[in-house]
Structure formats: C-alpha cells, structure tokens
Design a protein. Structure first.
Length: 315
C-alpha cells in the first residue's frame, strides 16, 4: 500500500508539474495528484484481473488440446483444478473487485496474446506440475500457486512489463506499491467464507493521508516565496541554476513539514526527504539537502517556529 514516503513522492511529482506548467490553478493540479493515487488502485485491479485471465486461459488451452488432430488421453482429460482455485473464486464474488472492474472498464481484449503467453510459461513450470498433482489442497496452497503466477510468471514477463508501462506512466515508480498491495491481498484473503475476504486498502488511513498530502501540496505552494528565501539565504554561494529543481522542491516540502505539521517529528521529515532524494534527484543531492536543511532548521528553532506536539515531539 501507499505509505507516507510514497505519498510524499506523489506530492513532489504534483509540485514539479505545477511549477513546470503555464497553468497555476492549484485545484486543478491537486485534482491530478489525487487522480494519480487512484491510478495506483486501478493498476492493482488490472493486475488482479490479469492473474484471473491467466487462470481462465487454462480452459482455452484445454479446448485447443481437445481439438488437436490426434489428441492424447491427457489432451482429452486435462487437469483443470486451477479453475477451482479458492483465491480466484473469492475474487469473483468480491463486490469491491467487481465494482472496480466495471468502473475501470477492465478487459484484456487489446492484448490477446498476453494471457496465453503467461499461461504457457505457467504450464511448463515444475511448480504448476506439482500443484496439479497435489491432492490435499487448502486455501493456503491455492494462494501459493497464485503467488507464483504473480511473482515468477507475470512480473518476470517482458510483455506484461511493457503492457503496464504503456498503460500506466507511473509504473516504474509504483511497481513496488503494487507488489505491496498484492501481498496485502494474499494476507487478507484468509477466510473460507469468501464474503470476509477484503481487497487491500490504498493507504493505512485514506482520510488522514488525503488531508496530509492536500495540506502539504497547498501549503508548499502558498509559502513558496518564503521558503525560497530561506533556501536562498543558505545557498548564497551557489548559482540558482546549479541547484536541481527537485532539490529545491524537496527542501521546500521539508520546511513546510517543519513549520506546519506539528505531529510529524523533525527527524522523520529529514530522513524521508533524504531517501526520496536518493531516488529522484542527483547523486550529490542527499548531502547537499541535508546540509541546507540543518542550517534552516537551526534558524527556525532559534525563531521558535518549530512547534511539535504528540508524536512530533520525538527527537
């Protein structure tokens, strides 16, 4: 699921888009930011649907084998126990999943070879052969073969990778989040009563997390000039064009959290943005940002502008 670091990245991307755009309508950019999070959930539903497509292709494969010119006994009597998989059966009756498939208009007709190619890889694997031979199936063993399909078949497929990259521009960034959502789904689907099995939530607490990212986005923009001045005072020996835009945005977001988010500890803020910088900015950004933020934080404390409460008091 999306944790606070992932959410900070979404805000960073939205701020970058805002500053690069001719349009300065904050609400419009905010809407796009929230939509980008909804796209992560859509990606999650597409992946669950693809797992199901691979399973259902076993029936197509059986029909093709039966229609061979000289079918074998095995061709005429294929083992189709995968179609009775408990995880998939639970997914088929999950109201939230059904509604999401309808909402996102999910259908794999545009890439008919994908499920076939994935099933062929599955069919030729030792893991699938062992699954077919197993007689004491449980919900756990049914989930194990689904995990194998997801991790070792789909995620290893260059065609599947290309399809998701083409469909979701944020795939490289959100791929890890997707894996976490699928892993959470495997954990959630633990009941024999299918009605008790729930899809993964996009965040731990969306009401709180939504408020966090909207506030962070809006306040970073609202106080942009003030934060730019604070940064400028500590980078007088640097030519502005030499400072990466991502570094500037990350520092502004961190300053915003220092001053406006009383429940977020200062160390948490610094550590989070240093980690984000490693992935989204230049190789030297980490030490640069850390040094500038330390100086700004010292001044803000001297001015008594850092007022933390609750968990935010943790040093």
């Amino acid at each position: 699921m999306l944790n606070r670091r992932h959410l900070r990245v979404k805000v960073l991307q939205a701020l970058y888009s805002y500053h690069q755009s001719d349009s300065k309508e904050v609400q419009a950019h905010e809407k796009l930011m929230l939509q980008s999070i909804d796209r992560v959930f859509e990606m999650y539903i597409w992946m669950l649907s693809l797992i199901d497509e691979v399973i259902q292709f076993s029936a197509n494969d059986a029909a093709e084998r039966a229609n061979k010119h000289l079918p074998t006994a095995e061709d005429l009597n294929p083992n189709l126990k995968i179609l009775e998989n408990r995880f998939i059966a639970s997914l088929h009756v999950n109201k939230d999943y059904i509604a999401a498939v309808k909402r996102f208009k999910i259908a794999w007709d545009f890439e008919p070879e994908l499920s076939k190619s994935l099933f062929i890889v599955l069919k030729n694997s030792d893991e699938y052969a062992a699954f077919l031979q197993k007689t004491d199936d449980t919900l756990q063993s049914d989930k194990d073969i689904i995990k194998y399909i997801f991790k070792k078949v789909i995620l290893k497929s260059t065609l599947a990778e290309q399809v998701f990259e083409d469909k979701f521009i944020s795939w490289p960034v959100d791929r890890d989040v997707l894996q976490a959502l699928i892993a959470k789904t495997f954990k959630n689907f633990s009941f024999d009563d299918y009605q008790e099995n729930k899809l993964a939530d996009i965040t731990g607490n969306w009401a709180e997390d939504r408020e966090f990212i909207v506030d962070l986005f809006e306040k970073t923009i609202r106080h942009n000039d003030e934060y730019q001045e604070l940064i400028g005072q500590k980078t007088q020996n640097w030519e502005p064009e030499r400072i990466a835009m991502m570094d500037t945005l990350l520092m502004k977001m961190a300053i915003c959290e220092f001053v406006n988010f009383a429940s977020v500890p200062v160390k948490v803020t610094i550590n989070e943005y240093l980690e984000v910088a490693k992935e989204f900015s230049t190789p030297k950004s980490n030490s640069f940002i850390n040094g500038i933020l330390d100086k700004i934080l010292f001044d803000l404390k001297e001015q008594n502008r850092i007022r933390k409460t609750g968990r935010g008091l943790i040093e």
